[in-house]
Design a protein around this ligand. Sequence first.
Ligand SMILES: NC(=O)c1ccc[n+]([C@@H]2O[C@H](COP(=O)([O-])OP(=O)(O)OC[C@H]3O[C@@H](n4cnc5c(N)ncnc54)[C@H](OP(=O)(O)O)[C@@H]3O)[C@@H](O)[C@H]2O)c1
Length: 242
Amino acid sequence: MHYYIITGASRGLGKALAESVLSLPDTKVIGVSRHATIEHERYSHQPLDLSDMLAVQNNLHKVFPQWPDAQSITLINNAAVLGEIGYLGEHQNEHFEFVFDVNIVAPAMLMNTFLSAYSGLSIPRTILNISSGAAQRAVDGWGAYSASKAALDALSRTAQKEQDLRGSGIRIRSLSPGILDTAMQEHIRTADEYSFSEAAKFASFYQKGKLANPVDIVDKIVSWLRETSYENRSVVLRITDL
Ligand SMILES: NC(=O)c1ccc[n+]([C@@H]2O[C@H](COP(=O)([O-])OP(=O)(O)OC[C@H]3O[C@@H](n4cnc5c(N)ncnc54)[C@H](OP(=O)(O)O)[C@@H]3O)[C@@H](O)[C@H]2O)c1
């Protein structure tokens, strides 16, 4: 059996990834999010609010059991929030805690627990962190989000180096999926030019049909995940690199 633990599998990219995995034989998906929206005999749901650090600490062990029949185990850290769109100096301080908790603190704990639970195995094991182009450039109004994704890229590079030094054979990647037609983009389109200077540009991406449907890119990601020769040595990737 091939096991996939996917955070944020209730909608958007995470749900499309889960459904793509479930369309293949011999797969099981464990979805981690607040809502459960998938019904499938090989799907199980772990309800968890990734902004609630006490709940994360108390429940993490439940999503990383030992599976005697595992042929591969994959963790996809997909859940993320953009948070309120606005400039530094104009936020409530709690905004930073919320965005960083969901986007980098919880994924770091998930990575840590995955590596602790499975580093001794010899089956293929992968951690795929879903990043963003915003990790690599300044996007006004998205400060905490950009910084959290840059941190995710840095953590992925470090964790891969450590696993290489230990010779564990575990693959860790951070993938920017491109601009997708999801609830996150709907949220982006609620911002005005004062809070986000690229508001009109992102509205026109949507109007001109330039947002990718997640369903159209997930098979490419899942096929790449199933490759066992890890030829691409770069840890931080864009969807066009796959
Ligand atoms: N959409 C884009 O254009 C775009 C571009 C670049 C990168 N990305 C990245 O792609 C990934 C997926 O984004 P998306 O567009 O599919 O977003 P989305 O439609 O907003 O979905 C976000 C997912 O994250 C989960 N989530 C949010 N807050 C959570 C919390 N507190 N606890 C647990 N789960 C939580 C949600 O589940 P619940 O609400 O059920 O908890 C949902 O399943 C993210 O990492 C995002 O940064 C997206």
